[in-house]
Ligand binder design. Structure first.
Ligand code: BGC
Length: 357
C-alpha cells in the first residue's frame, strides 16, 4: 500500500485521502490536512508513469514534521515572508506570529498548510476545499472565507482556482507548495532540470530574505532564465550563497498567455524522461525555490529520503512582503470584494512538443 493511516480526526474534523483522475491515466492524490498534494502520477515520453511530487506516505509525517517543508500544501494567508511579522492596514498595526527568525513565513505556525479543510469531491476530476480563518488567526484581521478548487483536466493540467472573501479589510496571498521532480520522487536532485522563466525582472533580497524593494533586471545575473538553462548552471554562484540556491521572486512578463488569459510563467524540462511542466497564472510573480532547505532527513513515499534540492517549487504569488512595500502590487482584500487567483500546472512530454509553449 502506498499510503497508510490518513483517516484520522483532528480537532473534531475528519481527514482522509481524495483521488482525482483523468482519462489519460493521470492521478492526483490529496489529503484535506493542509490541502496537501500527496502524489501526482504523470507519464514520461514512453508512457511510463511516475510520482513527480515530494511527500510522505503517512499523515503522521505531515502532522509532526521534524522541520516544516510545506510539502504539497496550500500556503496562506500570506505566501512567503512579511518583515518583522508586522504591517499597517487602515492605520492600524497588526502583529503576526513570527516563525522565521524575526519574520512571518507562509501564514505562520498555524498557517493554511496545517488546518483541516472541509472537502467536497465534485466529480472524478474535481475537488473543492473550504475553510473559515477566524479574525486574528495568526494575527491577521478579518474572518476570511476561503474556497479552493482543483481540477485535473483532459489536457493534463492541474488547475487551481482560489477564492476568498472577508468581513474586514485584510491581506491575502495564496499559493501552492509542491516540490516537483520530473524524474520522479527520490530519483536524484533537480539540478539537471532545464527551466525557462518568463521574467525580465526579479525582486532582490536583503540578508533577512526580505525584498529590498528594488526591481532589478535579470540580465547578467544568475536569475536570467529568459533563455532556458539548467537549474544547476549558476546555482552555486556567489550571489546565491545567502539563500543556498534559488529562493527568489520573479516578476512575470505579461506578453504570453494561454487560452484562458493566464500568463505563461515557466517551463521545466527533464531530458531523460522527456517530461515537461508548464506553469500559467493570474499572479504577477513566481517564487523559484530549489529545495535548498531539504536535508535528507524527511522520508519520501518510496523509502528514499528527500535529498538536498530533491525537488523545486514554482510558487505563483504576489511579491513577498507586499503589505510593507507600497510600490509592489497591492495585496489588500477589502470587505465586499472577492479575491480570485488561478494557476495551471500543465504536464506534457517532449513527444508532443507542438502542443506546448
Ligand atoms: C520559501 C523558502 C522557505 C521554504 C520553506 C519557500 O517557499 O521561499 O524561503 O524556506 O519555502 O520550505
Amino acid at each position: 500500500m502506498r499510503f497508510i493511516d490518513f483517516e484520522k480526526e483532528i480537532e473534531g474534523k475528519p481527514t482522509g485521502l481524495f483521488v482525482l483522475s483523468n482519462n489519460n491515466g493521470l492521478e492526483a492524490v490529496f489529503t484535506n490536512f493542509g490541502q496537501r498534494l500527496v502524489s501526482l502520477l504523470v507519464p514520461d515520453k514512453n508512457g511510463v508513469f511516475d510520482d513527480i511530487v515530494l511527500g510522505h506516505s503517512t499523515l503522521e509525517e505531515y502532522l509532526y514534521p521534524e522541520s516544516e517543508h510545506y510539502f504539497g500544501a496550500i500556503i496562506g494567508r500570506y505566501a512567503n515572508r512579511i518583515a518583522n511579522g508586522t504591517f499597517v492596514l487602515d492605520g492600524k498595526e497588526y502583529a503576526l506570529v513570527k516563525n522565521n527568525g524575526e519574520n512571518h513565513l507562509h501564514g505562520g505556525v498555524k498557517g493554511f498548510h496545517t488546518v483541516v479543510w472541509e472537502t467536497n469531491q465534485i466529480s472524478a476530476n474535481k475537488i473543492e476545499f473550504a475553510y473559515v480563518s477566524e479574525h486574528l488567526e495568526e494575527g491577521y484581521p478579518g474572518n476570511l472565507k476561503v474556497k479552493v478548487a482543483y481540477i485535473l483536466t483532459e489536457d493534463n493540467e492541474l488547475k487551481i482556482i482560489y477564492e476568498a472573501v472577508t468581513d474586514q479589510n485584510t491581506v491575502v496571498n495564496l499559493t501552492h507548495h509542491s516540490y516537483f521532480n520530473l524524474k520522479g520522487e527520490g530519483k536524484g536532485d533537480i539540478g539537471d532540470h532545464i527551466i525557462k522563466i518568463n521574467a525580465d525582472y526579479f525582486t532582490p533580497l536583503n540578508k533577512n530574505m526580505i525584498p529590498t524593494g528594488e526591481i532589478v533586471s535579470v540580465i547578467n545575473t544568475s536569475m536570467d532564465f529568459t533563455i532556458p538553462k539548467s537549474i544547476e548552471k549558476h546555482i552555486d554562484n556567489k550571489e546565491l550563497l545567502p539563500t543556498k540556491g534559488y529562493d527568489h521572486n520573479f516578476i512575470l512578463n505579461k506578453n504570453q498567455t494561454n487560452t484562458e488569459g493566464l500568463i505563461f510563467a515557466a517551463k521545466v524540462e527533464e531530458a531523460i524522461t522527456g517530461r515537461i511542466l508548464e506553469v500559467y497564472t493570474s499572479e504577477p510573480g513566481m517564487q523559484l525555490y530549489s529545495g535548498n532547505f531539504l536535508n535528507n532527513k524527511t522520508k519520501g513515499k518510496n523509502i528514499e529520503n528527500h535529498l538536498f534540492r530533491g525537488g523545486l517549487c514554482l510558487e505563483t504569488q504576489h511579491f513577498p512582503d507586499s503589505p510593507n512595500q507600497k510600490e509592489f502590487p497591492c495585496v489588500i482584500l477589502k470587505q465586499g470584494e472577492i479575491y480570485r487567483s488561478s494557476t495551471v500546472y500543465r504536464f506534457g512530454t517532449s513527444k508532443e512538443k507542438a502542443n506546448l509553449i
